[in-house]
Design a protein around this ligand. Structure first.
Ligand code: C2E
Ligand code: CA
Ligand code: CA
Length: 563
């Protein structure tokens, strides 16, 4: 091949290459560009000749020194650079630059090959972004949250200024998600995330940790703890308020509330896991206090948490060991004749240090997922106890009332569990009363009605416990297959001092009669309460005045020594 032919061939190859190829002399003055280079950098053919290669450099990445050093040492450099087009726009290019020599081996300039890799870069950036953000809400995720929290602890320690970490959890989100579907739940989370962002100051962080759980860092709240706490509380209140405003999701108005726990810190406790755990503990306290609340973490809560965890573990064993959980019975009497006609079963837990009362462990059983097991055990034990009573007294016809936790009632297989326990005991539910608190009634109405009818078919009677403390309306009650209302003991306790208490009880009894329900007053402690009650139309009563809850043997229902 002739030299001229070779030259022409090479020229054509370079000219038609899809790679952008440029040649600059040792001063960096461009001598040649191929059409791909003109196009890549946005210049007319020939326009680049005579310009310095500096014009390709984006101001954001001037690595010239590094590149020159590499080329001086090895004759070449390759890498990725942010490049600038004629119109000023920038893009990522993969670049290879090499020193070009003449026939005598003297360097004469730089040749460079480059192509646009913006698309790949964008993709990589997206991956990088997703590694630190939650795909649904686009908020920072757990990883980024901990990064920021760590930074915040370091700067708080230096500055002595307080910061706060907040835990936030939507109340009853699961119920909304189940009832309205996951797409609605997802949209709801997105909107909640945006509303939180809108309540925060610049520089604060809100992250989604998963599910309906959000965490927030409020920075630089100042060196005075009370002042800082007030600021954190104001932000938390603002968040409660904006979330409480109905959200519009897929054409539906949804009302949600949230519970917030706040933990203030100043870098003294540098374990970021603990910072978050304490905020979480405070959040659970808010939920316990009735939801839609704010609660600050206090060191006493830590002791409380340890105590609860301890009880939770002990309860697990107590349920397996016989004799530890015992049924006590409190007699219920007919008000008119003052004769015992039924018993309420109240659970007692025998420990080395004495009897533990249900108020100290029922809610722990509820929160640790043990309530169904516990509730089932109570029903089994009640059936066994009734069998013993009947062996002794075949005429026994008194009713036995069992408390059912609203959390247990809400479980989808609650009725089936009860049904199979009845079946294996060979007894019917005739003569058994289930006491459900009013808090059962706030959920999915159709589900409640269905379950209540199923329970009635099994033979149970249903009473509403602690009546008057919730919000059930007459219309609501009318739709439920109920048998009785148990008037909350706070009304009975107030009879001595508050004349209005009698009126309220009277109203409840009138309403109950119109719905064909019996009424029971609980917590009767003295004769004067009993006398006032007699004028209200109430049917039954129970309380310390007659007897506290005691073992069945003490009531003479079974033989002493048998339990
Ligand atoms: P509750 O259903 O409202 O039960 C009545 C509570 O009032 C009992 O407390 C009882 O001992 C107490 N009491 C009875 N008479 C009087 C009185 O004259 N004055 C006063 N001040 N109190 C009186 P206890 O046994 O500590 O039970 C507390 C709660 O624990 C119960 O409230 C009930 O909600 C729950 N509970 C008890 N046993 C069970 C159970 O087996 N399962 C479930 N799910 N909950 C239970
Ligand atoms: Ca009760
Ligand atoms: Ca009660």
């Amino acid at each position: 091949m002739e030299i001229t032919e070779t030259r022409e061939l090479l020229y054509n190859l370079i000219h038609s290459s899809a790679e952008a190829i440029t040649f600059a002399d040792l001063e960096g003055t461009v001598q040649f560009t191929n059409p791909a280079a003109d196009q890549l950098y946005g210049y007319e053919p020939g326009e680049l000749r005579g310009r310095n290669v500096d014009i390709f450099n984006s101001r954001q990445t001037l690595h010239t020194d590094e590149i020159v050093a590499a080329i001086t040492a090895t004759g070449k450099w390759q890498g990725e650079l942010l490049q600038r087009r004629k119109d000023g726009s920038v893009f990522y290019a993969a670049l290879r630059v090499s020193l070009i020599y003449d026939a005598q081996g003297h360097p004469i300039g730089f040749g460079s090959h480059s192509h646009d890799i913006s698309e790949r870069k964008n993709y990589e950036e997206r991956i990088q972004y997703l590694a630190h953000h939650d795909a649904l809400t686009e908020l920072p995720n757990r990883t980024l949250f901990f990064d920021r929290l760590e930074q915040c602890v370091i700067s708080a320690r230096k500055s002595g200024s307080y910061s706060a970490v907040l835990c936030l959890d939507l109340d009853r989100f699961k119920a909304i998600n189940d009832a309205r579907g996951h797409p609605v739940g997802d949209e709801l989370l997105k909107q909640v995330g945006q509303r939180i962002v809108g309540s925060l100051a610049e520089g604060d962080t809100v992250a989604r940790m998963g599910g309906d759980e959000f965490t927030i860092i409020l920075k630089n709240l100042g060196p005075a703890v009370l002042d800082a706490a007030r600021k954190a509380e104001a932000t938390a209140e603002q968040i409660l308020a904006v979330i409480q405003n109905p959200l519009s999701v897929a054409g539906q108005q949804i009302h949600v509330t949230t519970s917030i726990g706040i933990n203030m810190f100043r870098g003294d406790d540098d374990n970021i896991m603990n910072l978050l755990k304490h905020a979480d503990t405070a959040m659970y306290r808010s939920k316990e206090q009735g939801r839609n609340q704010i609660c600050f973490f206090l060191p006493e809560m830590q002791a409380d948490v340890n105590q609860r965890l301890h009880i939770e573990r002990e309860l697990k064993t107590a349920m397996q060991v016989t004799d530890q959980l015992e049924l006590f019975l409190q007699p219920v009497l007919r008000l008119a004749e003052q004769c015992v006609c039924s018993y309420e079963v109240l659970l007692r837990w025998k420990t080395d240090t004495g009897w533990r009362m249900p108020d100290t462990f029922i809610n722990i059983a509820e929160q640790s997922g043990q309530i169904q097991k516990l509730g089932n055990k109570v029903l089994r034990d009640v059936l066994a106890l009734r069998r013993q009573i009947l062996e002794r007294d075949p005429q026994f016809e008194d009713h036995i009332a069992i408390n059912v936790s609203s959390i247990q009632f809400r479980l989808p297989d609650f009725v089936q569990e009860y049904q199979s326990i009845l079946q294996s005991s060979g007894q019917s539910a005739q003569g058994l009363i289930l006491e459900l608190t009013e808090s059962v009634l706030i959920d999915d109405m159709e589900d409640i009605i269905t379950k209540m009818h199923q329970l009635k078919e099994l033979g149970f009677r249903i009473h509403i416990d602690d009546f008057g403390t919730g919000y059930s309306s007459l219309n609501y009650l009318r739709r439920l297959p109920l048998d009785g209302l148990k008037i909350d003991r706070s009304f009975v306790g107030a009879l001595d001092t508050d004349p209005e208490a009698k009126l309220i009880i009277q109203l409840i009894c009138d309403m109950a009669r119109s719905l064909n329900l019996v009424t029971i007053a609980e917590g009767v402690e003295n004769t004067s309460q009993l006398q006032i009650l007699a004028g209200t139309g109430c049917d039954y009563f129970q309380g310390f005045w007659y007897s506290p809850a005691v073992p069945a043997a003490e009531l003479g229902l079974i033989d002493l020594g048998v339990s």
